[in-house]
Design a protein. Structure first.
Length: 145
C-alpha cells in the first residue's frame, strides 16, 4: 500500500471517528436544548396569528431539508479534501526552510508519528482534560454563558 493511500485511509477514518464522536457528544445536548425550547416556543406560537404559525412551520421544514441536503455534501467534500491538505502539510513540515523558520519563531514541528489527526485529537483531549477542572473550579465560563 502506498504511503499516500495509507495516510488518506487514516485521515478518512479519523474524520469519520471525529464526526461520530461529535454526533455522540452533541445529540444529548441538542435534545436537551430542544426539550427546553419547544415548550417555551409552543406557548408563544399558540398565541401567534395563523399566518405566523404557518410561516414558522414552513421555515423549519425548509431548514431541515437544507441541512439534510448539505451535510452529506460537506462530509464528501471533506473526505476528498482532507487527504490533500494532510499531504501538503506533511510535505511542508519536511521542508528544511520551513523547519528552520519554525525554529526561528520558537516552534517545533512534531515528529511524523505525532502529526496524525488521531494524535492531534489525543493532544487536544489531554489538554481539555487537564484544564477543564481548573477552569470549572475557578468559575471561568465562556463569554455569553
Amino acid at each position: 500500500m502506498k504511503k499516500t493511500d495509507r495516510i488518506a485511509r487514516e485521515l478518512e477514518h479519523s474524520v469519520s471517528t471525529g464526526v461520530e464522536t461529535a454526533k455522540d457528544w452533541a445529540t444529548p445536548r441538542v435534545e436537551a436544548a430542544v426539550n427546553w425550547a419547544v415548550p417555551r416556543l409552543q406557548q408563544g406560537l399558540d398565541t401567534a396569528s395563523p399566518k405566523i404559525q404557518e410561516g414558522l412551520k414552513s421555515a423549519a421544514y425548509n431548514l431541515a431539508d437544507g441541512v439534510a441536503t448539505v451535510t452529506p455534501r460537506l462530509q464528501d467534500g471533506l473526505a476528498h479534501l482532507a487527504p490533500k491538505i494532510n499531504d501538503a502539510v506533511a510535505k511542508a513540515f519536511d521542508d528544511d526552510w520551513v523547519k528552520k523558520r519554525f525554529g526561528e519563531l520558537g516552534h517545533t514541528i512534531p515528529p511524523p508519528g505525532q502529526r496524525t489527526p488521531q494524535a492531534l485529537y489525543d493532544h487536544h483531549k489531554a489538554e481539555i482534560d487537564k484544564w477543564w477542572p481548573i477552569m470549572k473550579a475557578a468559575g471561568i465560563k465562556p463569554k455569553g454563558s
